[in-house]
Design a binder for this molecule. Structure first.
Ligand SMILES: Nc1ncnc2c1ncn2[C@@H]1O[C@H](COP(=O)(O)OP(=O)(O)OP(=O)(O)O)[C@@H](O)[C@H]1O
Ligand SMILES: [Mg+2]
Length: 380
């Protein structure tokens, strides 16, 4: 712990931070014209003072060496506080850095509020991605938010379920916009749902069967992981929340979907990220592991952070006995990502699909509608 002459009151501290956090610190410090060491010092001072119960766990996987200069003794104070709070030193430093970032938002983010982006994904079919996307979107719109649900699955189930016509293959589509082949305005593809309780705020970007070729198209596209972000950028200002109903696959289009949910610079933690519907049965666990691996690889490859918004255990019926109850307990025991909702298996959902209506319009007072409203509040 040597002190240099220009840093007479400081000592060099070598610890670790995940690369995404190091990068955010570097960018934010530059934006605000602050020295990184001063930012870290201010973050630690705030963290040492902060109420322990409000500290949020920060993802630190892949943490790499990080060194800075701190006032003499500060790092020892941090280590003592880490021990008191039963967190690792790396976690303590990461929480301090995150606190500073949260309290010093990017001037760009302040000038330009981005929509919260909820990417609903799981390559396992039939677990309720579409039902949760539609229900969540309806719950946000009902609560006064401007919502776009992107039917990102060429099967077009979301479009069908909500009574929206799919785009005819050959016409301009989301896939064409992502591939850079479209000439028109992506906003022209969007359809507003008419249900009174949504006040014209619930919009859908319909699917098109050409999405089945999206992975092939994307293989030719530059910076293909950012293709969905580039395609949707022109309409982002029109929405508070954008929900992406992903297809049951793990290909390049899924990478672009996951990338769309990455935490952007200056964005609060957990505003955006991936929400994973699962079922309370054993085969869901294998699919979940593969998706988690894909997210981890993408984060490492692109040096981005994809927050986990949580797991929704869908189609739950405890009458199915031990498999259902023990699977639910297993999902809960994961802890991170947390189980944010348990949605019962209810006839109203299937009836709403048959009627091509949002569940919250077809059966606004049913249990499932209420669970989805709670989920929207929980995710914020
Ligand atoms: N909680 C629920 N209660 C009753 N039925 C449900 C519930 N959730 C989903 N369903 C029904 O189960 C079927 C599959 O759900 P959904 O289409 O949402 O799954 P998915 O994961 O999107 O499937 P895919 O992988 O094919 O896209 C649909 O008929 C849907 O209406
Ligand atoms: Mg679906």
């Amino acid at each position: 712990m040597a002190a240099t002459s220009e840093n007479a009151e400081r000592e060099k501290v070598v610890s670790k931070l995940p690369p995404w956090l190091r990068q955010e610190l570097k960018v934010r410090a530059a934006e605000l014209r602050v020295d990184i060491q001063d930012a870290v010092e201010a973050g630690i001072a705030r963290w040492l003072d902060a109420d322990v119960s409000t500290s949020q766990e920060v993802a630190t996987s892949g943490a790499e060496s990080f060194s800075t200069w701190l006032p003499v003794g500060m790092y020892d104070d941090l280590k003592t506080a880490c021990a008191d709070r039963s967190v690792s030193y790396v976690q303590g430093l990461a929480q301090a850095a995150s606190l500073w970032l949260a309290e010093h938002p990017s001037p760009r983010a302040q000038a330009h509020r981005v929509p919260r982006r909820k990417v609903v994904g799981n390559q396992k079919g039939g677990v309720g991605k579409t039902a949760i996307s539609a229900g969540l979107g309806a719950a946000y719109a009902e609560a006064g938010e401007r919502v776009l649900i992107v039917d990102y699955d060429p099967q077009g189930h979301l479009s069908n379920q909500l009574g929206v016509k799919q785009i005819v293959a050959g016409e301009e589509s989301l896939a064409k916009h992502m591939a850079g082949e479209a000439k028109g305005d992506i906003g022209d593809l969007i359809v507003a749902l008419t249900g009174e309780r949504f006040g014209g705020r619930l919009h859908v970007l319909p699917a098109c069967a050409d999405g089945f070729l999206l992975d092939v198209k994307l293989s030719q596209v530059r910076a293909r992981e950012a293709a969905l972000e580039r395609a949707l950028a022109p309409v982002e200002d029109d929405y508070d929340v954008i929900i992406v109903d992903c297809p049951p696959s793990l290909g390049l289009s899924m990478d672009a979907g996951l990338h769309y949910g990455r935490r952007r610079d200056g964005e609060p933690e957990r505003s955006s990220g991936v929400l994973i519907p699962v079922q309370a049965e054993d085969s869901s666990a294998d699919a979940f592991g593969m998706l988690m691996d894909q997210i981890a690889d993408l984060q490492d490859d692109l040096q981005i952070l994809i927050n986990h918004l949580g797991i929704v255990v869908n189609l739950y019926d405890s009458r199915r006995g031990y498999i259902a109850t023990s699977s639910l307990a297993n999902w809960r025991s994961l802890g991170d990502p947390p189980v944010v909702a348990v949605v019962p298996d209810l006839k109203e959902q299937r009836e709403a699909v048959r009627q091509h209506l949002p569940l919250l319009e077809y059966a606004p007072h049913c249990d499932q509608a209420n669970v989805l409203r709670e989920l929207a509040r929980e995710l914020a």
